[in-house]
Write a protein that binds this ligand. Structure first.
Ligand code: SF4
Ligand code: SF4
Length: 351
């Protein structure tokens, strides 16, 4: 099995042609949370000025806003004008991006997201580093099968193919810069069957038994609004929101204005449905006033509401939330416990 080191391939091509270096910025999809490229933690999108005639608004020339000093400065990190090339985007990350596309590219289209999405090339690949915390197979994802993306790598054949026009043009640019790369990485086709489907890799018996578990259970949630399961989860949950910040498919945000005298800026920033203020309305009403309401909503959103809206789960089984949750709350354990519930409710451990 040949693993294509696409990052190295691109870096070598960039060395031979500095115009590529100036045009593209290589981002590591294995090390970084892909959502940050399209949905930064904080993002300025409007400036305003109060005048005698009223308030004037000015759209910001958008990029990756570097506001780490908290001053509201719109300095960028130099990547603003470049096209981001996200290499080795694993199946779970690409599936999570589809949730973002659904949310931000459906009408009304979000222009900030759209601009960044269009200025990004995704190179998708399989995942060869299944951790104990991963449960992508339980949400219907084959980790050995690259999905989506503008360019796709098949690690079992070493083949690299352009999928979208953007991806094909990008590969052509690389081959123009370094002809040797053409024979090194390009294949006319990638293998349509993954190593898992071909039986080249084995998953554990447990993973096999739990394959696609979430899709099998999603309708069961229709009748679980009053389950004791939510009481027990809410007793353990601290409401810290860490799970939502690490989650590659969580996309809630808040909008804040900062102003000094007559000028100001409008930002959006990551928010979390696990915070009590998240659903607070003007006038004081809060439709999800308790931790139980909030944690129930989080799981319903991922495993029931989103599948009903666009036939895809809102969880990609990456396990990041359970790794970082201070009390170890795990969506997979929740699914297992849901599976065991028959007619009567039962207690759960969810850890
Ligand atoms: S496993 Fe957790 S972090 Fe990963 S997609 Fe599902 S809910 Fe989000
Ligand atoms: S990380 Fe864990 S404790 Fe914190 S809000 Fe999420 S589920 Fe609750």
């Amino acid at each position: 099995m040949k693993l294509t080191d696409i990052k190295k391939v691109l870096e070598e091509a960039f060395e031979k042609n500095e115009k590529l270096e100036e045009k593209y910025n290589i981002c590591d999809g294995e090390k970084e949370n892909i959502k940050s490229f399209f949905f930064p933690q904080t993002e300025k999108y409007l400036e305003f000025k109060r005048t005698d005639k009223g308030t004037e608004f000015f759209p910001v020339n958008n990029g990756l806003v570097n506001d780490s000093d908290g001053t509201g400065s719109d300095e960028t990190d130099g990547a603003k004008e470049k096209i981001n090339v996200v290499v080795r985007a694993k199946p779970c990350s690409v599936e999570a991006l589809e949730v973002f596309d659904y949310v931000f590219l459906s009408e009304p289209v979000d222009p900030l997201y759209k601009e960044k999405r269009e200025k990004t090339i995704i190179i998708s690949s399989s995942c060869r580093e299944l951790k104990n915390s991963c449960f992508c197979t339980s949400v219907g994802i084959d980790p050995y099968k690259p999905v989506g993306g503008d360019v796709r790598i098949d690690d079992s054949t070493g083949g690299v193919v352009g999928v979208t026009p953007k991806g094909k043009d990008f590969l052509e640019e690389i081959f123009e810069a370094d002809e040797s790369k053409k024979s090194e990485i390009q294949k006319l086709e990638v293998d349509q069957e993954s190593d898992l489907e071909k039986g080249n890799v084995k998953t554990s018996t447990e993973r096999e038994a739990e394959k696609d578990l979430a899709n099998r259970l999603k309708d069961k949630l229709d009748n679980m609004q009053d389950s004791k399961l939510w009481d027990e989860l809410s007793l353990r949950c601290l409401g810290c929101g860490v799970c939502t910040y690490y989650c590659p498919s969580c996309h809630c945000f808040d909008v804040c204005d900062y102003y000094k005298k007559d000028t100001g800026s409008r930002y959006r920033a990551w928010d979390s449905c696990m915070f009590s203020e998240f659903t607070s309305m003007a006038g004081g009403h809060n439709p999800r006033p308790t931790k139980k309401d909030r944690i129930k909503n989080r799981f319903y959103h991922k495993f029931n509401y989103l599948p009903k809206l666009y036939e895809k789960l809102g969880c990609v089984g990456c396990g990041k939330c359970l790794v970082h949750c201070p009390v170890g709350i795990s969506p997979l354990t929740l699914l297992r416990e849901m599976g065991e519930i028959e007619d009567e409710d039962k207690s759960i451990s969810t850890s």
